[in-house]
Design a protein around this ligand. Structure first.
Ligand SMILES: Nc1nc2c(ncn2[C@@H]2O[C@H](COP(=O)(O)OP(=O)(O)O)[C@@H](O)[C@H]2O)c(=O)[nH]1
Ligand SMILES: [Mg+2]
Length: 302
């Protein structure tokens, strides 16, 4: 478990989803061995850490069974930088089901605070003769609507992993886009303040002492509670500006996390850190060790 956590930190989270039998695990194997191999049918989540180009990717290959679509797909999608949505391009019968889940992902899961992502759409098994053409798929899935989502880098490719068609090209595009996104996002925040609902400070990272009076700041946060940010239109977090810094603030049941950054453009990274810390807190809330929490926080950006 420890090892996995360390690995997770270093690699970039990528999720592969799609209905069963479309070639997800085949793709993972191809990335690993650079050749086509026949996988065993997979259930649950298959995790692989693979270096693709210059990037270390943590790849989560998620089973396509119905029960997974409505449960774990969402949490993996929301916490990944890149998503590889794979379909079997010969499967005319399930195209409506594919369309349904694709748009649930875009409209419900990615709207709001997790919207900056790279989405690679693979219409796989292009080597088979009954494979649908790209125009048909784009039309059926209404994919031209993707231009309404400027925060999402989107591209569709027809691929065959078996015949090695277009797959290298598609992965090159994907890795390049993920790399660009990471470049923009990776930063060390100016400060991180974690307080509980009673206003006690749980953790403070503030190397340059930008928060003059942390207790007063926590009091101020309590007063702000319930205020929703108009611009971002999402209740679960707010962004405030305390010159010259931007604070990304989230409140879950027990904790309030405030992360200060210098530049508005790096708020997505604050969001990512906040999410990780929130996860850590909820996993460890029974016996939270403040020292360990501080170590965890430091480990996120050093
Ligand atoms: N013809 C063809 N078959 C493929 C291709 N990619 C995967 N397959 C086959 O599709 C089946 C399902 O693949 P798998 O990776 O297990 O699908 P998953 O359920 O999405 O993980 C296997 O028999 C693969 O060999 C491809 O590009 N072309
Ligand atoms: Mg599989």
């Amino acid at each position: 478990m420890e090892d996995l956590l360390i690995l997770e930190k270093k690699g970039i989270p990528i999720t592969i989803i799609g209905l069963p039998y479309v070639g997800k695990t085949t793709l993972v194997n191809w990335l690993k061995n650079e050749k086509f191999t026949r996988p065993k049918p997979s259930v649950g989540v298959n995790f692989e850490q693979i270096k693709v180009g210059d990037l270390m990717l943590n790849i989560f290959d998620i089973s396509g069974q119905k029960s997974y679509r409505s449960t774990i797909w969402k949490s993996y999608v929301m916490t990944s930088v890149g998503i590889i949505f794979t379909i079997d391009s010969t499967d005319k019968e399930q195209i409506d089901e594919v369309a349904k889940w694709y748009w649930i992902m875009i409209d419900e899961w990615l709207k709001g605070n997790y919207s900056d992502k790279v989405i690679l759409f693979l219409a796989n098994k292009a080597d088979l003769k009954d494979s649908l053409n790209l125009e048909y798929i784009i039309d059926k899935l209404n994919l031209t609507k993707m231009s309404n989502y400027p925060d999402l880098s989107f591209q569709i490719f027809k691929t065959s992993i078996r015949e090695n068609q277009n797959i290298e090209y598609a992965m090159k595009w994907f890795v390049k886009k993920v790399n660009q996104l990471i470049e923009i996002q990776r930063i060390t925040p100016e400060a991180i303040l974690i307080s509980d609902t009673s206003g006690n400070i749980i953790s403070l990272y503030d190397p340059n002492k930008i928060i003059e009076d942390p207790d007063m700041f926590v009091g101020y946060l309590k007063a702000l509670s319930g205020f929703t940010n108009e611009l971002l239109g999402h209740e679960k977090f707010k962004v405030i500006k305390v010159n010259p810094f931007f604070y990304f603030i989230t409140e879950e049941e027990d904790y309030c996390i405030s992360i200060a950054v210098k530049d508005e453009l790096t708020l997505p990274e604050a969001r990512r850190l906040s999410f990780l810390i929130q996860n850590y807190l909820s996993k460890n809330k029974k016996n939270l060790d403040h020292e360990e929490l501080n170590v965890y926080i430091h480990s996120l950006f050093s």
